[in-house]
Ligand binder design. Structure first.
Ligand code: F0G
Length: 435
């Protein structure tokens, strides 16, 4: 790869100005717009079938003591399409990705979807999809010789940043978190991995503004998904799901939306593969939000004539409690291109969907459940048909939100399965099992 003829560079989404990928600022120097990584992937000179064959061979390859971790990664399996000019020796991989695609048969039956699949990104090393973007971002930071890296986070980006930075000697992770608005399970990850952890008396959007300013006044590299190098790693969720399906493109990807990086990434990746002929058809994309944090939905409702922002309210889907999605312009483009829709779900819908998925053995978090509840809603409304192939992207593991689940089951909620406290006596246990 080091001698690759294909080089990537930044291009501004707003004004089209170019910049080298070695630029550390995540905004366009000319207009302040969002940057995007651009690489002429056709210059590799391979056909769609040749790419599919290469990726299948890599997927089947078994690990050995001699092979570096990235050879087992579901991100670097596609390395020519991720960061073509990153030297392999710089890759920081745990390895991530290669998550399972679960056929949700019984679950789908309950929701009226006969071909439902759940791509379980909670099976990543830090239990969320953020590892895919972070392996790209931290590898690139290491390649650039950067010491300090930072992000604002609702809990999962910070866990991933802390975990990947911990692999690089001398690299310091700085994370800005909204105080008391993320779970202890998420917080414990940043602390355990040794990140400098700053809990600010504000919400995520406030943390995002401050970390952006911080990286302007100090030589600190921003590793939020506003840094589009991260988006390049996250593209692989969609690619992997298509490969998992034996190169069948699903009819729908259903994705929870917070900062809107994931919709942007999945869309960008699939557009690139359409262009290369790796896939021959476009899926549709549905972005789903929680009612309490629904700015992207409100923008969609207005035909994207207006970019709505709001103060995000409290939601059990705390990882997507975001009022001003940073990647809105990119996600809007993907929703338009893929003939997509944006929907929103209530607290009751998302909590019940989480309980339902878990009862069927899928340990997904409330944010993932937003997508599942959204798929069910779109099915009820007729936007998704019963026999369509639907891939729901479950973005993190249930155990990152253990206290939310415990509270649900202790409440009178529809699918609550509360624990019962008993005296330590066989009689009491037998009595309890009678009904
Ligand atoms: N699901 C989970 C579990 C998340 O942690 C996030 C985002 C999303 C969905 C939404 O993805 O932002 O790309 O639309 N979490 C970020 C964080 C904001 O800081 O961990 P998105």
């Amino acid at each position: 790869m080091t001698s690759s003829a294909v080089a990537a560079s930044f291009r501004c989404l707003a004004c089209g100005a170019g910049a080298p990928l070695t630029q550390t600022a995540s905004e366009c120097a000319a207009c302040g717009g969002l940057l995007e990584v651009h690489a002429d992937l056709r210059a590799w000179g391979r056909s769609g079938a040749e790419w599919r064959d290469l990726f299948d061979r890599r997927r089947a390859a078994l690990p050995s003591a001699a092979t570096p971790p990235f050879t087992q990664s579901g991100v670097w399996r596609f390395r020519e399409h991720v960061l073509p000019d990153l030297p392999e020796a710089e890759i920081v991989s745990k390895p991530e990705g290669a998550t399972r695609l679960y056929p949700g048969r019984a679950l789908g039956e309950e929701l009226g979807l006969s071909r439902l699949f759940v791509k379980h990104e909670g099976e990543n090393p830090t239990l969320s999809f953020k590892d895919r973007g972070m392996t790209a971002g931290v590898s690139w930071a290491r390649h650039l010789g950067i010491r300090d890296v930072a992000c604002a986070s609702t809990g999962d980006t910070s866990a991933a940043l802390a975990a990947y930075a911990a692999e690089v000697p001398g690299m310091r992770a700085i994370v800005l978190l909204p105080h008391a608005k993320i779970t202890d399970e998420q917080l414990s990850q940043a602390l355990h991995y040794g990140a400098t952890t700053l809990a600010l008396d504000t919400d995520f959007d406030g943390c995002m503004r401050i970390v952006t300013d911080l990286t302007r006044v100090r030589p600190i590299y921003l590793l939020n998904s506003k840094n589009s190098v991260r988006i390049e790693g996250q593209k692989t969720i969609g690619w992997e799901a298509v490969q998992d399906l034996g190169w069948e493109v699903p009819d729908w990807f259903v994705v929870p939306v917070g900062n809107a990086g994931n919709v942007s990434a999945i869309g960008k990746g699939l557009r690139e593969w359409l262009d290369l002929g790796v896939i021959g058809k476009a899926p549709r994309i549905a972005g789903i939000q929680a009612e309490a944090a629904d700015p992207f939905y409100r923008s969609f409702e207005r035909g994207f004539r207006e970019r709505v922002t709001r103060v995000a309210g409290e939601t059990a889907a705390s990882a997507i409690r975001i009022g001003a999605p940073v990647s809105h312009p990119k996600a809007e483009r993907e929703i338009r291109f893929f003939n997509g829709v944006v929907a929103r779900v209530s607290e009751e819908e998302l909590l019940d969907a989480a309980a339902l998925a878990n009862r069927h053995g899928l340990a997904i978090c409330p944010n993932s459940a937003v997508a599942l509840a959204g798929a069910a809603k779109l099915r009820r409304e007729g936007a998704i048909r019963k026999d369509e192939t639907v891939v729901v992207v479950a973005t993190a593991h249930a155990l990152k939100f253990a206290s939310t689940a415990a509270a649900y089951h202790r409440s009178g909620a529809r699918l609550a399965n509360p624990p019962r406290r008993l005296p330590a006596a066989l009689d009491a246990v037998l009595e309890a099992l009678r009904v």
